[in-house]
Write a protein that binds this ligand. Structure first.
Ligand code: FNR
Length: 366
């Protein structure tokens, strides 16, 4: 079996599709409405070409970088995605171990339908740098409790997701009447599950409409800052306008993301939005990007367009579904290897040497 290991993310995706019940695969893989943004997230990377430099001594490649003061061996980070027990019975504990084994950063999300292991359990399972992904709920006290819990467990930053004041319309989930595993992190805080009634659509939709706060505004970023001293990364910014506001609001970083095409369909592909955000932020804080990264060359392109680091969501899920912890680890390792190769073949010995002049976008002249 081991000699037939997948050799790229797409092969892991195929295995995941075979391994999972359709409802779960659709939940992980799917996006909002026409899934245009979902497809474009990937396709847009395909329209960026590389400009390699030759005759550079590439016998040593250093992919390491520093994010918020933490040295990491590679700019590839695991994105916050929920309900890992859908992919593997060990859930987020397996993913965290996989990420820790690769020395990358594991974000634990606690979307209430989401993280299927208790964050205490994940924190205790292995040493890793962890950021905590947060939604601001109508019940601010619940969000505040989750922040305090993350602080006391040694999480290093809060990733505040702001592209979800209401839930995107994920038609596969609605059609499949998607049911989610219970959310142990909300035990005693907010109820979720059988008391949601039996209306149409997915349980996630009903949960989201009861708990997410559509009145969310920049004032809430201020509020979050007032209750925590952890650095805050804003996830879900895709315009220069919002990037400037984010810097003014005093966030420690901006994550260019359209939620993997699961929220606003026809939002720009993440890699196409990156450069305007990088320009607007003008070096004030690090800019990260996620959505559609399936190859090391994609990571290279994101770095060239100004990202400090990238996050990968579905690929890790595919690895977890196909081969558990070993699969998640292998996916991260493969992406790291592919990035190393892309850097070598482009003549870049460190991430600092990856520049705008190493890529050709559609907006550039040939
Ligand atoms: C997500 N994503 C996400 N983001 C977030 O801030 N909170 C969340 O709870 C979730 N949940 C979630 C579940 C699943 C199954 C997926 C696939 C994604 C979005 C995620 O953090 C990230 O933005 C995208 O996954 C990036 O796109 P790729 O790498 O999946 O193409």
């Amino acid at each position: 079996m081991e000699h037939n290991l997948p050799v790229n993310v797409r092969e892991y995706q195929e295995l995941a599709k075979k391994a999972l019940p359709k409802m779960h695969y659709d939940y992980i893989n799917g996006g909002a409405e026409d899934e245009y943004t979902l497809r474009e997230n990937i396709a847009a990377y395909g329209r960026i070409m590389l400009r390699p430099r030759v005759l550079v001594d590439v016998s040593k490649i250093d992919m390491s970088t520093n994010l918020l003061g933490y040295d990491i061996p590679s700019p590839i980070i695991v994105a916050p995605t929920g309900a890992h027990k859908l992919a593997n019975p060990e859930g987020e504990v397996a993913t965290s171990r996989a990420a820790a084994a690769c020395n990358t950063i594991m974000h634990i999300q606690v979307l209430s339908f989401g993280s299927s292991c208790k964050i205490q359990e994940v924190a205790a399972s292995c040493d890793a740098i962890r950021f905590f992904q947060l939604y601001i709920y109508k019940r601010r006290d619940v969000s505040a409790t989750l922040v305090r819990r993350a602080e006391s467990l040694g999480f290093k930053a809060i990733v505040l997701t702001v592209d979800t004041p209401v839930l995107g319309r994920r038609e596969a989930d609605i059609r499949n009447k998607m049911v989610f595993p219970p959310s142990p992190n909300l035990e005693g805080l907010m109820s979720f599950n059988d008391d949601l009634g039996t209306g149409g659509g997915s349980k996630l939709e009903r949960f989201a409409s009861e708990t997410l706060d559509p009145s969310l505004s920049w004032k809430d970023v201020e509020w979050l800052k007032s209750i925590t001293s952890l650095p805050i990364l804003l996830k879900g910014v895709v315009t220069a306008e919002d990037a400037r506001k984010a810097v003014e609001a005093g966030v420690a970083g901006v994550i260019v993301s359209n939620h993997g095409g699961r929220q606003l369909d026809y939002a720009p592909p993440a890699i196409a939005a990156l450069e305007e955000v990088v320009k607007a932020v003008a070096g004030a804080v690090p800019v990260l990007v996620d959505g559609g990264i399936r190859r090391g060359t994609d990571v290279f392109k994101a770095l060239a367009l100004g990202a400090k680091a990238v996050m990968v969501g579905r690929p890790v899920f595919y690895g977890l579904a196909a081969r558990g912890e070993a699969g998640a680890k292998h996916v991260i390792e493969m992406l790291n290897k592919e990035l190393e190769l892309a850097m070598a073949l482009c003549g870049c010995r460190s991430v600092a040497e990856v520049t705008r002049r190493h890529v050709l976008t559609e907006g550039d002249r040939f």
